[in-house]
Structure formats: C-alpha cells, structure tokens
Design a protein around this ligand. Structure first.
Ligand code: HEC
Ligand code: HEC
Length: 484
C-alpha cells in the first residue's frame, strides 16, 4: 500500500484495520500498520523483533537455504531403489495384508474400515491417511486410531520420517524397514502375520519382488503348495487378552506377536530355514515400504522463505513467535535442526489423560520399554537381515529413558488432528500452553526436562502462529495413492 493509505489506515485503525489491505494482504497490514492501543484510537506500531547475529545462526540452523535430503540408510540396500519404492507404494495402499477386524467399534460406519469380522480392510494408509499428511483424520475422536482394534498411541504423521533413524514414539524399531512387523502382527492394528504377508507377496507381487530382490529369492514359496492357506481368515494373532472395555493399557496384548512367533502356530511349525525365508520376505516387504516412505516430505514453508530473504513472508506475530521459539521458549534445544527434531528421547513431563474413546494409557513409560525392545529385537539394525549398522542404537537403556518420547518434527505440525503421543491434546495453542506451564513434574518417572516458561497470552498466540508457519506443500501428488 502507498503512504497515503498507510496514514489513513493509522487514523482509522481499530475500526477499519482489516479493510486497509486488499484481500490476502492482511499480514502486511498488521506488520506495517500496527494495532490499536487499549486507550482507544491511537496506534503503536506492532513490535517486530530484532534478531542478533547469534540468533540468525540458530534460525539458519532450522532453515538452511535448501533442506537437507533424506540421509543414507546403511541398513537398507534398497533405500534409494526406485523400483523398490514403487512396489512399496503399492504395498502401502493394499488392504489385503490385514486379518479380521476384532473390535466391536468396527461397525462399518464412515469412521471405520469395515465391520467386525471382516478381513482384508486395513492398509498402512488406513491410519496414515495420505491426504492428511499421513496422519489419521479418519478415526472417530481424532486421537488414537481404529484399525482391527484401537491403537494405544496416536498415529504419527509420516512426513519427513526418513530423517529419523530409530522410529516410533518410544523408539520401538531401530529401522524403518523392520517397523512394519509392528502394525502387521499387532492384533490392534492389522492383525496379520509374517507368514501370511510372505505368502501374499509371493502370490500377488512375485514378479516385481524377484526383479528387485533377485531371481529365486522367493524360494519355493513362489511355486509350492506348502502353504495352501492364502486367506486372511485363517491368519492373524490370537488374542490372549480381552480387548473389550475397560481398556487399561495391556502391553501383553500389544506385544505378544512382536519378534516372538508365539501365537503363529503355522509359522512356529516351520523348519528354521523356512522361517528365515519367511522373515526375509517380510523384511524385504519392509525395505520396499521404507524406500517409499523416505520420499514423503513436508517441504519448504513460509518460515524458510522468510529466513532466506523474503522478509514479507512472516507476519510480526510469527516473527515474534520465532524469537520465542529460539529464546524464551528454549524449544529449539530439542526441536533443533532443519527438521525441528534432535531425534532424541526426552521426558517433557506429559501426564496422559484417558482418550475420548475410553482408553487410559497412563502407565505408558515410552522409551524405557520400547527402546529396550528395539535393542533385543532379532530383526533390526543389528542382526542378519540388516545391510549395515551405523551404531544408532544405545547399548542399553537406563531409568533416564522412563517417560521419554522421541522429539517429533514440527514441520507441517498444524495439520495433525491432535497432539502428543496419546493424541489427548487438541489444538496447537494447548500444546504451547502445556510447555508454558512447564509440564507436570509428577509425570512419568517424577522427572521433567521442561521448566515453566510462564508465557503471557499474547506470547502463546505468537508462538502458535509461528508453528503454523511451518506448513509446507507436502509430498508430490503422485505419492498420495497407489502408483498409476
Ligand atoms: C491401525 C492404525 C495403523 C496402521 C494400520 C499402521 N500404522 Fe503406522 N503407526 C500407527 C501408530 C499408532 C504409530 C505409533 C505407535 C507407537 O509409537 O507406539 C505408528 C507409527 C508408524 C511409524 C513410525 C513413525 C515415526 O515417526 O516414528 C511408521 C514409519 C509407520 N507407522 C508406518 C506404517 C506402515 C508402513 C504401515 C503398514 C504396514 C502402518 N504404519 C500401519 C498406526 C498405524
Ligand atoms: C526437552 C525437549 C523439548 C523441549 C524443550 C520442547 N519440546 Fe516439544 N516435544 C518434545 C517431545 C519429546 C514431544 C513429544 C512428547 C509426547 O508425545 O509425550 C514434544 C511435542 C511437541 C509438540 C506436539 C507435536 C505432535 O506431533 O504431537 C509440539 C507442537 C511441540 N512439542 C512444540 C514445542 C514448543 C513450542 C516448545 C517450546 C515452548 C517445545 N516443544 C519444547 C520435546 C521438547
């Protein structure tokens, strides 16, 4: 706007402020024109923070001129393989790997994937909804997810997941490719089994599979009738724990199928060589999925444009939020680097409340259990199915991991339907408010790395506005469904 208009705006501020810009220019108007004083009429310019050289160094660490690409993964020789990524993309959207829907809340309604007893309804994309930044906006209540049962934690977004080496909220899996064993064999998620997965890959994707992983790599699974049970009705983990209400956290129900084939009688009965073959096929299924997931990114945001020279890209409020993020809030001490995560585990003193669905996961101690399981996992970064080990796993976990969860990336954070590992915080303002009060010192393990920030209400508004400026355009449209 020209100077004449600015003066007029100043004079009329308070009455007509929003009307001074053309549509879409409100941001500049607020930044340049100021806000009304409380004593009426007169206007003070809206304060813009001035960043010191040292602060610019921090800002540039969060937003380098170009965002770094996905780091190499020595544990997956197929991580950069385009053909594997294409197969992975197909598998990600294929419902057919799942077993029966178990929970009675599966009533066939729009928030469910089918009716109780149905098989073949849950794909990875059933919870990681592609159009919603690969988080779950489908399940009722927008907190935890309804697959074959209700998950115990919120479905995280998969945008920029390739930046993480150890994955899951608590670090349960040491590689992206071993992670699928979790949902596949979990009776609360896909309720399937690795044997069923291997059989289905062999019978439906055999050609593509052998093209990537080598001729003959399906062994006699490709041809034999040894496993004539290719129907998802006959597979799936048997539940030893009742998952009907009330649903207190029952780790046994969650982990009974992980790594231990205790409930997979058919797999159990196989000779060791056959078990190895089945594991190898399920692992390669995961390596193809990982090659695809590594392509999912949030992308450049308005914050990046601003740091890299486009001074108009952030409003005054968002700039003040950036200052709070790196200074008073100390947020960047954990949410550091271009992806706003140190990829480490921290206890922020978050006390879980029951979900709206009625699941209380209050004794979820996070990394102390999950990381220990990752360390003990025969299928992971250390072990016969890994293509290399970069030393990403700690040797052991101690009490300091109790109540700790992995720092989530904050790029594209505003699109998430709810927040924290439990999904029990709705709205970004509430998350900022949580950090402002300094968490709950009686939280998990009685410890808490967060100190009270005592942000005033306008600071909560600014910091929230800043977080919303981290949205990007998301992955290319051709990654949002099965390959054409
Ligand atoms: C029923 C819902 C559901 C289904 C189906 C599902 N997931 Fe997830 N996913 C989750 C939940 C919940 C978590 C977090 C669990 C935890 O941390 O304990 C998660 C975590 C992940 C993570 C870790 C992300 C991170 O930031 O650490 C990846 C990767 C992932 N899922 C990929 C997949 C793939 C691949 C499939 C299909 C084989 C799949 N998921 C199927 C709900 C689901
Ligand atoms: C000590 C490390 C640490 C600090 C400091 C920190 N965070 Fe976090 N942040 C985390 C961890 C860990 C989680 C996940 C906790 C959980 O789910 O229980 C998290 C979660 C979040 C989430 C929710 C993301 C999601 O997907 O659910 C937001 C938003 C967030 N932090 C913003 C901030 C802001 C803003 C600040 C500064 C006021 C801040 N954080 C300070 C470690 C930290």
């Amino acid at each position: 706007m020209n100077n004449g208009t600015s003066l007029l705006c100043l004079a009329l501020a308070g009455l007509f402020l929003a009307a001074c810009g053309k549509a879409g220019e409100t941001k500049e108007v607020v930044a340049a024109g100021g806000t009304p004083n409380s004593d009426g009429g007169r206007v003070s310019p809206e304060p813009l923070p001035t960043f010191s050289d040292a602060q610019w160094v921090v800002l540039r660490s969060l937003s380098p001129a170009t965002l770094p690409p996905v780091p190499a993964d020595v544990s997956n020789s197929f991580a950069e393989d385009e053909v594997a990524a294409r197969l992975g993309q197909t598998l990600f959207f294929d419902n057919g790997f799942s077993g029966k829907l178990l929970d009675a809340d599966n009533d066939g309604g729009p928030n469910t994937l089918g009716s109780r007893g149905d098989s073949g309804k849950v794909s990875c994309a059933g919870c990681h909804v592609a159009a919603s930044g690969f988080s779950d906006t489908r399940s009722t209540f927008q907190q935890i997810s309804l697959g074959t049962g209700w998950t115990r934690r919120r479905t995280p977004s998969l945008l920029d997941v390739g930046q993480a080496k150890i994955v899951m909220w608590g670090g349960r899996y040491s590689t992206l490719w071993s992670q699928p064993f979790g949902p596949l064999e979990n009776p609360l998620e896909m309720n399937s089994s690795r044997l069923f997965v291997a059989e289905r890959v062999a019978s439906l994707y055999g050609q593509a599979y052998e093209k990537i992983f080598g001729a003959g790599s399906l062994g006699d699974l490709a041809t034999s009738s040894r496993f004539p049970t290719l129907t998802s009705d006959t597979t799936g983990c048997k539940l030893t724990t009742d998952i009907a209400r009330p649903r207190a956290m029952a780790p046994d129900a969650i982990y009974e199928c992980h790594g231990v084939p205790g409930d997979h009688a058919e797999y159990d009965g196989l000779a060791t060589a056959d078990q190895t073959l089945v594991n190898r096929i399920a692992v390669n299924f995961g390596k193809a999925l990982a090659a695809y997931e590594r392509k999912l990114t949030c992308g450049q945001s308005r914050f990046d444009a601003w740091v890299n020279g486009s001074t108009e890209s952030l409003s005054a409020s968002e700039q003040r939020g950036a200052m709070l993020f790196i200074e008073k809030g100390e947020c960047a001490s954990c949410h550091s680097g271009p992806y706003f995560s140190d990829q480490k585990f921290h206890n922020v003193g978050f006390n879980v409340e029951p979900t709206k669905e009625g699941i209380f996961n209050g004794n979820d101690v996070g990394a102390s259990v999950d990381l220990a399981q990752a360390i003990a996992d025969p299928i992971g970064i250390v072990g016969p199915y890994s293509d290399g080990d970069d030393g990403r796993l700690p040797k052991s976990v101690d009490r300091s991991f109790e109540g700790a969860f992995r720092t989530p990336t904050l790029r594209c954070v505003s699109a998430r339907p709810s927040f924290m590992h439990s999904g029990t915080v709705s709205g970004l303002e509430s998350v900022v408010g949580f950090f402002s009060t300094g968490g709950n010192s009686s939280g998990n393990n009685g410890t808490n790395e967060i100190k009270a920030l005592e942000l005033i209400p306008s600071e909560i508004v600014d910091l929230t506005a800043f977080l919303k400026a981290l949205d990007g355009s998301g992955p290319a449209p051709d990654l949002l469904g099965p390959p054409s």
